[in-house]
Design a protein around this ligand. Structure first.
Ligand code: ZN
Length: 348
């Protein structure tokens, strides 16, 4: 069973690693949680690749510097570098990585005779923008990014910008912190609706969540979040939000970050895979099994040691089986539910 994963930070990691890192990703240098050969071994068929600008240095989470607004010019410069990196990766991959712009491109990339990859080893990359700071008020950048393959967008990361307000990470905490969308945010949601771009509510605060639910007719998607009742991080979704996602045919990509899984919120890798299954089972119970999906946060967060990296996905699927998901439900969790949401959202 192959997997579609709703969130990784590969582009930030590879760009920050500098010269040779792209080749390392394609050839399999073992860095981070994900490279192309390990993705094939782990059964990863596709993934959302996040463009994330102004990544805070690790110690900045303590002094709250990451909450400071990011200037548009800087975000655009950094964002374009990440979009360009994904285009170069595709070109250099010999057909092993393809940017998916249509639903039929979510299936396997073509095997390449030149590189000798087996049928089914390819990776479909969905270009995602995590925080809309690279987009200016006229939305010109949105048009250009869509032409470059952008098919999913989160209005905010965990800070405020010109469009909306994201939730900070303080644990425990409610997602109901801060104001709703700005006028520019509402215009951006409408423009994404016209272009068929998925609006991702992970990182968005609760007022923003309800406004997106009201403004957009598309399935309500949280690409990498968990259940607040099991782990009271502001990044996780309340049962009321989960019910709305169920009513709106959306999905929750369960985030593997240990701090969003554990009841104590600790950043501790000694966290069992059964905890991911508990979040999945809760979302299935409240929103419905058709709303459960995966959103790893590979290369962006601490993973459970039992998972390790992308090669741990088969072990995770076994854990979900053990938690009572039927084979048909599991097909949906692994990839089918993401595929359905893209099919319903992307313009034909
Ligand atoms: Zn994130």
């Amino acid at each position: 069973m192959r997997v579609f994963d709703g969130h990784n930070d590969v582009l930030s990691r590879v760009l920050a690693a500098g010269a040779g890192a792209m080749e390392g990703f394609l050839d399999g240098d073992g860095a981070g949680h994900l490279d192309l050969p390990r993705a094939a071994r782990g059964g990863l068929a596709g993934a959302c690749f996040a463009v994330f600008t102004a990544a805070p240095p690790h110690d900045a989470y303590d002094d709250r510097a990451h909450l400071e607004p990011v200037p548009h010019e800087r975000a655009l410069r950094e964002g374009l570098a990440q979009v360009a990196l994904l285009q170069r990766m595709e070109r250099a991959s010999g057909g092993r990585l393809r940017i998916a712009r249509r639903v039929d491109e979510l299936t396997e990339s073509s095997p390449s005779a030149a590189t000798g990859t087996r049928d089914g080893d390819g990776l479909a990359a969905v270009l995602h923008l995590e925080g809309a700071e690279p987009i200016g008020p006229g939305l010109d950048e949105l048009e250009v990014l869509h032409a470059a393959g952008l098919r999913s967008l989160g209005l905010v990361w965990s800070r405020r910008n010109a469009f909306a307000t994201g939730v900070p990470f303080g644990f425990p905490g409610s997602p109901d912190q801060g104001p709703g969308l700005t006028d520019a945010g509402r215009a951006l949601v409408r423009a994404c609706g016209e272009l068929g771009i998925v609006i991702d509510v992970s990182h968005l605060n609760e007022r923003g969540f309800w406004e997106v639910a009201e403004l957009s007719a598309a399935p309500l998607v949280a690409s990498h979040s968990g259940a607040h009742v099991l782990c009271a991080s502001p990044r996780n979704l309340t049962d009321e939000q989960l019910r709305a996602i169920g009513e709106r045919r959306g999905l929750v990509g369960i985030n593997f970050f240990v701090g969003f899984l554990r009841a104590d919120g600790k950043d501790d890798a000694d966290t069992p895979l059964t905890l991911i299954a508990e979040h999945a089972a809760h979302v299935a119970q409240v929103a419905g099994p058709a709303c459960v999906a995966l959103g790893s946060d590979f290369d962006g967060a601490t993973m459970p040691a039992a998972l390790g990296d992308v090669t741990g996905l088969p072990a995770l699927l076994d854990t979900l089986r053990g938690a009572g998901f039927t084979e048909a439900e599991l097909e949906g969790v692994a990839a089918g539910n993401w595929r359905r949401v893209f099919a319903e959202t992307w313009a034909a």
